[in-house]
Ligand binder design. Structure first.
Ligand code: C5P
Length: 238
């Protein structure tokens, strides 16, 4: 992560490109990473990634990291093809679902050797009841650890998990794996559809390397200020 900026990936889940640009420009001086996800990528495609980088530059930041959150989950050949298709965008991070299995994760890692493949374990919107309903053996913390070990053995260099699972996953995968946590909510902000949440301070204290934060920042009246507030709140946590 960039030493001078907070280890936060702002989820640019914007309704249009102009909004995405304004969010990216506002937060880039404060955070290490901008995240372009499914909603935006399905609508605007590669231009959204290019726009986010350009907006960061307009905000005076040349070295913003791009997190492409496509959560790929398909047969290995298709995932390899999709990963190769975004290589020109040089994402620092690309997500795949760990539940796609070892061969699929390995295919993504081989297709994009210069990108950190991040394996999504159990979505932070999934609670115990939903996990049971989809037939996955729980509890969710055990499922997340199991998937994290599988994924990192297959070549994933990062894991996406709930902040509540960071300690257990860190113990299982070691220090070299980047742990990325969505489901981060400062005290007082709405959980929305996120179920397994924690505060930014708690997530960092538990060992998260990168916090994914969307609506608590992008839904604020002053986006730059909201990002700065969270950055300050985690700056003193080890
Ligand atoms: O607005 P909010 O802070 O909930 O945004 C969280 C972001 O993190 C969204 O873009 C969502 O797609 C993403 N994400 C997640 N859970 C995961 C992986 C990614 O919420 N397991």
């Amino acid at each position: 992560m960039k030493p001078n900026r907070a280890p936060i990936a702002v989820a640019l889940d914007a309704p249009n490109l102009d909004t995405l640009r304004s969010w990216a420009q506002a937060v880039a001086p404060v955070v290490s990473t901008l995240k372009v996800g499914l909603e935006v990528f399905c609508r605007d495609g590669a231009i959204a990634v290019i726009a986010a980088r350009e907006a960061a530059r307009a905000g005076g930041v040349e070295d913003i990291e791009l997190f492409l959150d496509l959560k790929l989950h398909d047969i290995p050949a298709t995932v390899a093809g999709a990963a190769g298709a975004v290589a020109h965008l040089e994402p620092a991070i690309l997500t795949v679902h760990a539940a796609g299995g070892a061969a699929m994760i390995e295919a993504a890692a081989l297709a994009l050797p210069n990108t950190r493949i991040a394996a999504v374990t159990v979505l932070t919107s999934i609670d115990e009841e939903t996990l049971t309903s989809i037939g996955m053996a729980g509890p969710s913390i055990e499922a997340a650890v199991r998937l994290a070990v599988l994924a990192t053995n297959a070549g994933a260099r990062a894991v996406v998990c709930s902040p509540r699972e960071v300690s257990a996953i860190r113990a299982a995968v070691g220090a070299d794996i980047t742990l990325i946590t969505p489901g981060v909510r400062p005290v007082g902000s709405a959980a929305g559809d996120q179920k397994r949440v924690a505060t930014p301070e708690q997530a960092i204290a538990d060992g998260a390397d990168l916090l994914v934060i969307g609506r608590p920042i992008t839904g604020a009246a002053d986006i730059a200020h909201a990002a700065l507030d969270i950055a300050r709140s985690i700056a003193s946590v080890n």
